[in-house]
Design a protein around this ligand. Structure first.
Ligand code: G16
Ligand code: MG
Length: 215
């Protein structure tokens, strides 16, 4: 019996990837190399430090941990100038409506995101109140595909993992959901997210009825 839904943030509720991209691209440019949109795909759903490590690998650059922390901090400051200007109209099509439908039907809702900026983003989008639990990058030690972020979400909602459905746009996120013994709806390409129980283009295609069919 499905009792709860757990949502990834970037790529499911909002497209912050475009702002991450601008900030990483600028950092790469300062370091003297090009960072492409294709490169950016590799950073989706991945933590800030891992993202930086991938970027430095692309640029063929080796740095001390201290220098890496400084650059990650600099990138985040730049990224935050964009998210602090976000507006509720940037919520992806159908996301708010689906969250409201779930709430009306008594389904519990939690966030399961790798981002340490998740609280700021939810506030800017005026979505905070719809979430009963928020598990973000400040509350986990293991990155997806480890199921920690979703298991903590289920625990906070006081439901069994088998009663949860996760909504994810990244392959590692789908793997995390399944590893946690949860069902998963993939948002994006069936080629990439093939392991999910259902793959859709976006939450505008999701309804309470479709959710119940996953039972
Ligand atoms: C998001 C993005 C990732 C980003 C990560 C950490 O994950 O998809 O690209 O690197 O958060 O973000 P921050 O630097 O804000 O802590 P998710 O899990 O919401 O898709
Ligand atoms: Mg994501």
């Amino acid at each position: 019996q499905i009792k709860a839904c757990l949502f990834d943030l970037d790529g499911v509720i909002v497209d912050t990837a475009k702002y991450h991209y601008i900030a990483w691209k600028e950092l790469a440019s300062n370091l003297g190399f090009e960072f492409t949109e294709e490169d950016n795909e590799r950073l989706k759903g991945v933590s800030r430090m891992t993202s930086l490590n991938i970027l430095l690998e692309i640029g063929g650059i080796t740095l001390s941990d201290e220098e890496k922390h400084r650059l990650a901090e600099k990138k985040n400051e730049n990224y935050r100038t964009f998210i602090l200007k976000m507006q509720p109209d940037e919520i992806l099509d159908g996301a708010k409506e689906f969250l409201q439908e779930l709430k009306a039907k008594g389904i519990k809702i939690a966030l399961g995101s790798a981002s340490k900026n998740a609280m700021t983003i939810l506030e800017r989008l005026e979505l905070t109140e719809l979430f009963e639990a928020i598990i973000d990058g400040t509350k986990v030690t293991e990155a997806k595909p480890n199921p920690e972020v979703f298991l903590k979400g289920a625990e906070a909602l006081n439901v069994d993992p088998s009663e949860c459905v996760v909504f994810e746009d990244a392959e590692a996120g789908v793997e995390a959901a399944l590893a946690g013994n949860m069902k998963c709806v993939g948002i994006g390409s069936p080629v990439v997210l093939g392991k999910a129980n259902l793959v859709i283009d976006g939450l505008h295609q999701m309804t309470y009825e479709k959710l119940m069919e996953l039972n």
